[in-house]
Design a protein around this ligand. Structure first.
Ligand SMILES: [Zn+2]
Length: 180
């Protein structure tokens, strides 16, 4: 059976019972809060996501709707080490369990490893993806290896000379020992 699911209006219980899968992409431009974190042009930047629904039983609460959600985006940011532009891959994979009411969700969220949310027939999956990506943002965006790093060191010959001229303390010690 094939279903077309709408990421903006997802019926969570139905999606879980049908063991639905929803993969898609959305323009970063449409995720305004996340877009403000980007530096430079984001017109061609897309967020990729994939959601899987399922029903699981924990023996206590009976069957519950679960969602496994992953998403990623290559966010243009500024490297805090070399101040050059860098595309930082921001991604997450999380599990969500859905319960009937806000009270139950609040009560169980703290003691659960997974996030506990309230069941909805009109769930905005893209809002949740944006929330999670915002939380997954690096505190200090930077290149794994800055493209200008090696050039910068070579471009400072004074620094290299300083290092070369400084006598090795162990070599000095060795010379002293030769004295009778
Ligand atoms: Zn850098």
């Amino acid at each position: 059976m094939k279903h077309d699911y709408d990421a903006l209006h997802l019926n969570i219980a139905g999606f879980a019972m049908e063991r639905g899968t929803l993969t898609g992409t959305d323009s970063l431009v449409r995720m305004e809060r996340l877009a403000t974190e980007a530096q430079g042009s984001i017109e061609s930047t897309v967020v990729r996501y994939c959601a899987h629904g399922s029903m699981r039983t924990d023996g206590v609460s009976g069957e519950q709707a679960w969602l496994v959600l992953t998403a990623e985006v290559a966010l243009p940011m500024i490297c805090q080490r070399c101040l050059g532009p860098v595309d930082v891959t921001v991604q997450f994979e999380r599990e969500f369990r859905f319960v009937a009411t806000e009270e139950i969700a609040e009560e169980q969220d703290e003691e659960s490893e997974e996030d506990v949310l309230v069941l909805s027939r009109d769930f905005n999956l893209l809002d949740l993806i944006e929330d999670e990506l915002l939380m997954a943002l690096p505190v200090v965006p930077k290149h794994t290896v800055c493209p200008g790093a090696i050039k910068l060191q070579v471009a400072d010959p004074g620094f290299a000379e300083d290092v070369a001229e400084k006598p090795n303390p162990f070599a000095v010690l060795g010379q002293l020992k030769k004295w009778p």
